[in-house]
Design a protein around this ligand. Structure first.
Ligand code: SF4
Length: 85
């Protein structure tokens, strides 16, 4: 059955076609994180690069924890469930 939903391994939400509306919602959550709790930008991008190389990333979601990695990585105190970051 064709669902119209594209599954993209190795893609973050910001790179997944057809998910723009969800990404905007995700961005709002990220922007609402207290600046004191937010991951510094350089570390944030490093985390996302690690996720992009991980076999557990599918269409921006971590199959280990069920989180959208762009949101999970945005809070400094969060960790990867497999301790990759
Ligand atoms: S949070 Fe960890 S386990 Fe999940 S996709 Fe990223 S690197 Fe992989």
């Amino acid at each position: 059955m064709e669902t119209g939903l594209r599954v993209c391994k190795k893609c973050l939400m910001r790179e997944t076609a057809g998910q723009e509306e969800l990404f905007v919602t995700l961005q709002r959550y990220i922007e609402d994180i207290d600046p004191g709790l937010r991951t510094p930008q350089g570390e944030y991008e490093r985390r996302l690069q690690v996720c992009k190389e991980c076999e557990r990333l599918i269409s921006g979601m971590c199959q280990a924890c069920g989180c959208y990695v762009e949101l999970r990585a945005a809070t400094a105190a969060q960790i990867c469930p497999y301790e990759h970051w």
